[in-house]
Design a protein around this ligand. Structure first.
Ligand SMILES: [Zn+2]
Length: 344
């Protein structure tokens, strides 16, 4: 498989729209691509497909890619070494690389998983369903998620949590605010307090993570002539994988807590994943640039299943989900060649 074929394959995958929950046509495409290969055992459940090499008991590497894209069709084209269209970056370029790798007979065991519904709520994620119905698929020594990383190695991932901070005040007429205690003003103090807290940038396995705490939503209103007696502020916290959800939550609590705070509720969370670079030494030698993954990907979920994993795929992640989605053909070639020689 050469770069030109990978480019054509990427374009062909883009030609089949696959917005989350509507992946069946693309799953059919993947099935028919894999159907001819006798060196693979291919199975499908719903729109999740997994293809396994048949070399017996040896160590196995898992490659994973989601079939779905966010909504919003874009013009599809290929010119000047670039391929554009919805999903070009996230992540049909990565899927093309996976199919190219699957086409080749190998000397090491590989499992290729194509799954739906990654771009929607985690409760619908096809990888999670597969882990429940076919846990044996995940008996792998290591994993690579082909999410876009600009063809650099992005190891580990940060955890994420969302908290709601409740602030209480005392209601009063706005003509006599001294009779009340304005919850909205206190909520603003909470935001300022949180904003001033230093963010950590821990270095793990030689990679620098970068934590964040961002107020994402604010709510308070009684009437235009009333001092509000309640306010809520929501924060999204991204935390490095040397902390678990509980200790990250403890830190958030410590920086949002002021006298007026009534409650700090954890609404949603997902742990991060350590870089585990010791499992990817040979791959790292093939790729000059590696860094920490600041966003959250299914690498974290694989970590929870006991499969150490990294992110490595074609496409600039900053273009993902946007209206300028386009992938460079050289990155398709670069990722393919690195994985092809690493997997043997
Ligand atoms: Zn993605």
């Amino acid at each position: 498989v050469d770069q030109d074929q990978l480019a054509e394959l990427t374009l062909a995958l883009i030609e089949v729209p696959s917005v989350s929950r509507n992946e069946s046509a693309l799953a059919d495409f993947v099935m028919s691509f894999l159907a001819g290969f006798t060196h693979l055992k291919v199975e499908r459940s719903g729109n999740t497909i997994w293809a396994e090499t048949l070399l017996g008991q040896g160590e196995r590497t898992l490659l994973a890619g989601h079939l779905d894209t966010v909504p919003g069709e874009l013009e599809r084209w290929r010119r000047g070494g670039t391929i554009a269209g919805r999903g070009a970056v996230d992540m049909k370029g990565g899927l093309a690389v996976m199919l190219g790798l699957a086409a080749k007979e190998r000397r090491s065991n590989v499992t290729y998983v194509f799954y739906p519904c990654e771009e929607v709520d985690a409760s619908e994620n096809g990888l999670r369903f597969l882990a429940k119905t076919h846990p044996e698929v995940f008996r792998c020594a290591r994993g690579v998620v082909l999410e876009p990383t600009g063809a650099d190695l992005e190891a580990g991932c940060q955890g994420t949590l969302r908290v709601r901070v409740e602030v209480k005040g005392v209601r009063a007429h706005s003509a006599r605010p001294f009779m009340g205690d304005n919850a909205l003003v206190h909520a603003a103090e909470v935001v300022t307090h949180a904003e001033l807290a230093p963010r950590r940038r821990p270095v793990i396995d030689g990679l620098e993570f970068r934590e964040s705490l961002v107020p994402v939503r604010f709510e308070s209103f009684v009437a235009n002539n009333v001092v509000p007696d309640y306010a809520s502020v929501w924060f999204n916290h991204r935390f490095a994988p040397d902390r678990d959800v509980a200790s990250a939550m403890e830190w958030v609590r410590s920086v949002v807590m002021t006298d007026s705070v009534d409650a700090v509720e954890l609404e949603d969370s997902a742990p991060g994943a350590l870089p585990h670079l010791e499992h990817f030494k040979e791959l790292k030698e093939l790729i000059p640039t590696s860094r920490a993954k600041l966003g959250w990907t299914d690498v974290s979920f694989l970590g929870q299943l006991g499969v150490p994993a990294v992110n490595f795929g074609p496409g600039n992640p900053e273009l993902a989900h946007g209206n300028e989605e386009a992938v460079f053909e050289v990155e398709l070639g670069k990722v393919f060649r690195a994985l092809n020689s690493w997997l043997r």
